[in-house]
Design a protein around this ligand. Structure first.
Ligand code: SAM
Ligand code: DTB
Ligand code: SF4
Length: 323
């Protein structure tokens, strides 16, 4: 177990996280599933929708990303979408059963300009529809975070992506410290934090454990942790990475669930290549959310019919917003 830290929150040791992570898979799933059922309604899955409001042309060098301008990935750069268009997408997502709407922009950081004013309008509009509204716009100052909070932003996504040591193998145009700073700014504004990572970037188990260790020991645990399997993108440095196995996803999800009992653990990128049986293992391991709709940001995702069939087959119920 962890010890109480300076601010009276539980701190987990690296050894504790390592021991949890390396347990026999059945023990790990069993423990995670028990904890899941103590803190969440069994069989309930939150359905979220993503929309890329500003695609491509990004100055950063994230080695996995289809939107980095420096790689030739076939993703065309677009300017920011109009507010009306975004709100129409949000309405469609709501009508299709989503309770959370996440808007992504291929920016290094937010700038105080007209584009940001438009994002503020989008946040107000989606919030007024009664959905949890989330944004992922890159680095953010404290005052920008406050503006988003005032507009009704519920969550801000800013992934750690991997462990601290492996980070510079994947991204060199910003640091892990920059990432943590933005997360701190989001926390200070009272917006809830969504932060997770990607597996399959060439990291070791120790790097995955490092990332979970950092997330679980944040002074406030993230409200949401997305676990992504790398979608290998042609033209990026990671184009030839091997697809991760379901056991790696399960191990990550279950350890996250045990360390962060109240958090929403999201089975994020990579579902298109997973069977229903594999996704079920992830839900048993404590994942309680998916992204729906036939597109993530730039890559394909299972379509609505496939997910509806999965919900019926597994007798899953959608989780309401703001629960
Ligand atoms: N530009 C902002 C940023 O980097 O914070 C927001 C958008 S970025 C696309 C959001 C997250 O998507 C990344 O942090 C990464 O974890 C995830 N992601 C991007 N490309 C991915 C890929 N090919 N496979 C899996 N996850 C990916
Ligand atoms: C997250 O961790 N995964 C989502 C969301 N946060 C923004 C994005 C996944 C993107 C997958 C690659 C793409 O579609 O471009
Ligand atoms: Fe840009 Fe975000 Fe892609 Fe990195 S992950 S290249 S910051 S859009």
């Amino acid at each position: 177990m962890g010890v109480r830290g300076l601010f009276n929150y539980i701190m987990y040791s690296k050894k504790h996280v390592t021991d949890l992570y390396h347990q026999p898979i059945m023990d790990l799933i069993f423990q995670a599933s028990n904890i899941h059922r103590q803190h969440h309604t069994a069989n309930e899955i939150q359905v979220c929708t993503l929309l890329s409001i500003k695609t491509g042309g990004c100055p950063e060098d994230c080695a996995y990303c289809s939107q980095a301008a420096r790689y030739h990935t076939g993703v065309k750069a677009h300017k920011i979408l109009a507010v009306d268009e975004v709100l129409q997408h949000a309405q469609n997502a709501k009508d299709a059963g989503s309770t959370r709407f996440c808007m992504g922009a291929a920016w290094r950081e937010v700038r105080d300009n007209k584009d940001f004013d438009n994002v503020i309008e989008m946040v107000k509009g989606v919030n007024a529809m009664g959905m949890e509204v989330c944004c992922t716009l890159g680095m953010l100052t404290e005052s920008q975070a406050h503006k988003l909070k005032e507009a009704g932003l519920y969550a801000y996504n800013h992934n750690l992506d991997t462990g601290e040591e492996h980070y510079e193998e994947v991204i060199t145009t910003r640091t892990y410290k920059d990432r943590l700073e933005t997360i701190g700014n989001v926390q200070k504004s009272g917006i809830s934090v969504c932060s997770g990572g990607i597996i399959g970037l060439g990291e070791t188990d120790a790097d995955r454990i490092d990332m979970l260790f950092t997330l679980a020991n944040l002074n406030i645990q993230p409200e949401s942790v997305p676990v992504n399997a790398l979608v290998a993108i042609e033209g990026t440095p990671l184009e030839n990475q091997k697809r991760v196995s379901v056991w790696e996803m399960v191990r990550m999800i279950a350890t996250a669930r045990i360390l962060m009992p109240k958090t929403m653990v999201r089975l994020s990128a990579g579902r298109l290549e997973m069977t229903i049986e594999e996704q079920t293992l992830c839900f048993m391991a404590g994942a309680n959310s998916i992204f729906a709709g036939d597109k993530l940001l730039t890559t394909p995702n299972p379509d609505q019919n496939q997910d509806q069939q999965m919900f019926e087959l597994l007798q899953l119920t959608p989780r309401p917003a703001f629960k």
